[in-house]
Design a binder for this molecule. Structure first.
Ligand code: NCD
Length: 343
């Protein structure tokens, strides 16, 4: 089998179908290990994984740290409020420090788009061996979430094999604050790679018209697109209309911390139109899966009844699936570095 080709994992725009399939196949194996086996493997023994989160996180950070521990790596965890950032150190110097201390992989989250890219470039200039794994940068990219959403939907639709090609032709609605969402962007790369068609649904402020071109050839990131036949992206302003034919829905939080002031002048009228309620869900005749990356704001973008009582609400499965997916990503970067035995 070919060695993993990426030194860093920063975006899904450069993932080939082989890349996705390697992640999913490994996640299946790690999932078996977690659920029926010994829970831990020695594959990253002796490696150091450092999580550098400049922005708040519950799920992603813990999931990455647990994934590293399940592979027997050592784990360091950086917390901005008790670090030298408070003495004026830059994020680049912080990252170089953790590389110099011996980190094999830096898992980086930052509120500004591109910070993990800048760190990776600086490390490469210095010929450092350290890899960077983007755990969410600004509005830009959140590859591990895109992959775990792909995995969760694939598992939902698959009866036997976990093959994401099962998503071909399926209509996946991404509902809400798409413009501020790095999750939506990574989901669009991942799901269209296997022929799913995406409907972005929300008001103009949150779902701008140019998002329709997000994965098209005109996009500069797309010039080196390794995927031949991507699914399409279209836009709907009506949840009532678009929900009828949907095969699945990914609901997004209103990411107010990333919004210009007063962008949405009335949250109540937003919720009236776009909050996912049992009544709106009933317009769809199938038992479709509902995803949400969390954190959820109950009653704003999704009603408690859907979260707590709808049988195909997969929010907790997404969280569980995040661990084997992140184990796979850590494993593959270690493979690139020549740091592990094959399994
Ligand atoms: C998301 C994020 O941080 O981008 N959450 C996550 O990683 N699970 C989505 C959000 O903040 O709404």
């Amino acid at each position: 089998m070919k060695i993993w080709p990426h030194k860093h994992i920063l975006t899904l725009s450069d993932f080939s179908q082989d890349d996705y399939l390697r992640v999913i196949n490994l996640a299946n194996r790690f999932s078996l290990l977690i659920n029926t086996g010994e829970k831990k493997a020695d594959l990253l023994k002796g490696s150091l994984v450092t999580s550098i989160f400049f922005e708040a996180s519950t799920r992603t950070r813990n999931s990455f740290e647990l994934a590293a521990k399940r592979l027997s790596a050592e784990v360091l965890s950086f917390s901005p409020s008790s670090s030298s950032l408070t003495k004026g150190e830059t994020f680049l110097d912080t990252a170089l420090t953790y590389s110099a201390i011996g980190s094999d992989i830096l898992v980086v989250r930052h509120s500004s788009s591109d910070v993990p890219f800048e760190i990776s470039k600086r490390l490469d200039l210095k010929n450092a061996k350290t890899s960077v794994l983007n755990a969410g940068d600004g509005l830009h990219s959140h590859p591990s979430q895109g992959l775990l959403d792909l995995y969760t939907l694939t598992k939902f639709f698959s009866e036997v094999n976990t093959d994401p090609n099962i998503l071909k032709g399926k209509e996946i609605l991404i509902l809400g604050d798409v413009i501020h969402s790095r999750v939506a962007r990574s989901d669009m790369w991942a799901l269209t790679a296997f022929g799913a068609n995406i409907i972005l649904c929300g008001p103009e402020e949150l779902v701008t018209n140019e998002l329709e071109n997000f994965v098209k050839k005109t996009n500069s990131a797309q010039k080196k697109d390794p995927i031949q036949n991507r699914g399409s992206i279209s836009i709907s302003r009506s949840l009532e209309d678009s929900i009828k034919n949907a095969d699945g829905i990914i609901v997004l939080r209103l990411q107010k911390e990333r919004m210009a002031q007063n962008l949405l002048n009335c949250i109540k009228s937003y919720s009236n139109q776009f909050c996912l309620t049992p009544e709106k869900l009933n317009l769809n005749q199938k038992n479709i899966p509902i995803l949400h990356p969390g954190p959820i704001n109950r009653g704003v973008e999704i009603s408690s009844l859907v979260v707590d009582s709808y049988q195909n609400c997969l929010i907790e499965s997404q969280v569980s699936n995040g661990v084997p997916i992140r184990m796979a990503l850590l494993y593959l970067l270690s493979e690139y570095q020549g740091n592990l035995k094959a399994i």
